[in-house]
Design a binder for this molecule. Sequence first.
Ligand SMILES: [Zn+2]
Length: 277
Amino acid sequence: MPELPDLLYVQSRLRERLLGRHVTTERVRETVVLRFTVRGNLSLLLGRPLEDAFRRSHFLVFRFEGLDLAVNPMLAGRFRLAEPGQAAEGSLAFALGFGDVELRYLDDKKMGKAYLIATDDWKAIPGMQTGGIDILSPAFTREHFVSLLKRRRDQARVFLLDKKALDSLGNAYADEVLFEAGIHPKTFCRSLSHEEGVRLHDAIVSVMREAVAEVARRGEPIEVKVRDFLKVRLKEICPRCGSKIRTAGVKGMDAYFCPRCQPATRAALVDWTRTGR
Ligand SMILES: [Zn+2]
C-alpha cells in the first residue's frame, strides 16, 4: 500500500508534469478496477485539462472540470509516467494520455479502485474514510494526540492505523513509529503514560517528516516504492541493539518490532479496562 510519503511524492511529481494539460487519449485494459458513479466512461475526460491532483485519505484524486477521478491503489497499485508509444506493462489497468506523456495505472493484484465521480461527490466512494487529523499539519499537536489517545480502548498499533483518527499511517510506518517511540505494538493505549503519549506523537512527526524528505531526496520514478531506509519493517536485525526483529499478529496484521527496544510491559499484555479495574 502506498503510504503518506509515497502518495505525497507521487502527487508532487504528477502535479509538476501534468497540471493544466489536456487529456488526449484514454484506454482501459482492466475494467474491474474502474467504477463510474456518473453516466459514461473514461472517455468523459477527453479534452478536459487536469486542474488539480491531490491526496484525500489514501486516495489520489485527479480533478477535471466537473469530474474527479479518485484512485485508491490498495495493495499493489502504482502510477507510472511513460511515453505514449512505450510498450505497455502486463499489469496495466488503464491509462490517460496527456499529449507526449501517458499516465499509467498499473496493478498486479487488480485490487485497487478508480472512481469517476461528480466533483466532490465523496459519499459515492465506499471506504473513503476521512475525518482523521493530518499528521503532517500544524494542528497535529501533542495535546491533540494525547487527548485522542486517552479515549481509546484498543492497542496502540490499531489506533495508529485508524484512518478516522489519524490521516494516515499504514502498516510499514506504524511499525517504524512504534520502534522510534520504544513502544511494544500490543500496548494498550490506556496503559500509556502521558510521557509515552508525547513520545509516540513526536515519533509520528519525526518518522513521517524524515520519510517524506527521504523519498523526495531519492527522486526515484513514481512507480518505485522507496522503503529500504526503514528500520524494522521487514527487517531481521535491529539497527539499534542488534537483536533479532520479531513479528506479532495485531488484528490480523503482522507487526515488526524489536523485543529489546520495545519491551512488552505487564500493562501491554492485560487490558485493564476490560477486567473492570
Ligand atoms: Zn533493538
